[in-house]
Ligand binder design. Structure first.
Ligand code: ATP
Length: 361
């Protein structure tokens, strides 16, 4: 178990610019005061008391920390240190400075399938390792697939955000309905026992989007998206997949299977001929086929727009609630009211709110 240091994080790290925000706090660049090295500080708000509905339980943070310590791999963000104060826990993480993989790709003119495969391989290597340690991520989506440094000739993948991840104990039955609608597996929606196979479904969705710029189950609302997933309502639209190899479609089909036992594992994916071509002809095909860049750029622009929209909506909502709270002579009950207000404003499945800020559906 990691030591949660009681010292003030600012005695050791100088706090810098905001790198990103999540549902429970911000991620900021931090500088080690002793060595000058740069890191990312993930500031997580902790629930004040049993009545408070804002912030995380300390036990969830302990779980995130334990998992990060378990999954030390080149394709997974590393945890360096943990600090704790009364109201928050700060995770000092490896600084992942290359941005999101999807943003990196969207800046390109063209991307061959063979180049996309190089990224998929790294993601799968990270997952293979994670799953071998009985850890499932349960929130794989473009926002959580980053690059260590995009100026390198071959940028390296870093998987981030283990906030929903779970470490399975032998024989344990685990259920959770948390996640991001576009990427969650049918068994998550149905509240069935979960396994690492749920991550493989998300890999199927991410690969589908990467190649076509379309999201396979996307509806006009989250509810519609969830219904499409349950109904397995997806197809390879001829127009959008005209440049895609049949191997790539086969790869996706073997992941988007309702029965999670039939889905390829990360290990099996790494041996699939799309990832590891057997013949010269297969290899040549991957070098001739490109991803649907026009659609991909559109998908990514819409995704980014929705992320900023969600962020502004949340900030406005919090600002409004703060004003309400200030008028009170007895801050505690009102503060509680504010907290529950924030979390009760949507009628979506409650657990999906857990990830609302980063949801791009
Ligand atoms: P969410 O509510 O979206 O699940 P979260 O509170 O669990 O978020 P993260 O997803 O881990 O937080 O981080 C939020 C954002 O901060 C990320 O989308 C990313 O942009 C940025 N970020 C996280 N970790 C790092 C890192 N190690 N280096 C650089 N940026 C990071």
């Amino acid at each position: 178990m990691a030591v949660f240091k009681p010292e003030n994080v600012e005695d050791f790290y100088e706090i810098g610019e905001v790198l990103g925000s999540g549902h429970f706090g911000q991620v900021r660049q931090v500088r080690d005061r002793a060595s000058g090295s740069l890191w990312a500080g993930k500031f997580l708000k902790i629930r004040k008391n049993a009545y408070s509905r804002l912030g995380l339980d300390r036990s969830s943070v302990e779980q995130e920390v334990e998992i990060l310590q378990t999954v030390q791999h080149a394709s997974i963000v590393t945890l360096r240190d943990v600090f704790e104060s009364r109201a928050e826990v700060v995770l000092i993480l490896e600084l992942v400075s290359g941005g999101e993989l999807f943003d990196f790709i969207a800046e390109k003119e063209n991307l061959l399938e063979s180049e996309a495969i190089e990224f998929m391989k790294q993601i799968l290597e990270g997952l293979k390792f994670m799953h071998s340690k009985n850890v499932a991520h349960f929130d794989l989506k473009p926002e959580n697939i980053m690059l260590s440094d995009k100026v390198l000739p071959h940028p390296k993948i870093k998987l981030i955000d283990f906030g929903l991840a779970h470490l399975f104990l032998p024989g344990e039955e685990y259920r959770s309905t948390s996640g991001t609608p576009q990427y969650i597996a049918p068994e998550v929606i149905n509240n069935e026992p979960l396994s690492t196979a749920a991550d493989m479904w998300s890999i199927g969705v991410i690969t589908y989007i990467l190649l076509s710029g379309l999201s396979p189950f996307q509806g006009d609302t989250d509810e519609e998206t969830l219904k499409n997933i349950i109904a397995m309502n997806y197809q390879f639209d001829a127009q959008h997949f005209s440049m895609t190899t049949s191997m790539a479609k086969d790869f996706i089909q073997k992941l988007l299977l309702k029965n999670h036992d039939e889905r390829m594992t990360a290990e099996e994916c790494l041996l699939h001929p799309w990832i590891k071509p057997i013949t010269r002809k297969q290899m040549a095909n991957m070098n001739r086929s490109s991803i649907n860049m026009k659609n991909f750029k559109k998908f990514n622009a819409r995704r980014k727009w929705k992320m900023s929209y969600n962020m502004v909506w949340m900030c406005n909502r919090l600002g409004h609630l703060k004003i309400l709270c200030k008028g009170s002579t007895d801050p505690d009950p009102l503060e509680r009211q504010c907290e529950s207000d924030v979390e009760d404003t949507d009628s979506k499945p409650a657990s999906l709110l857990r990830r609302r800020l980063s949801s791009s559906s």
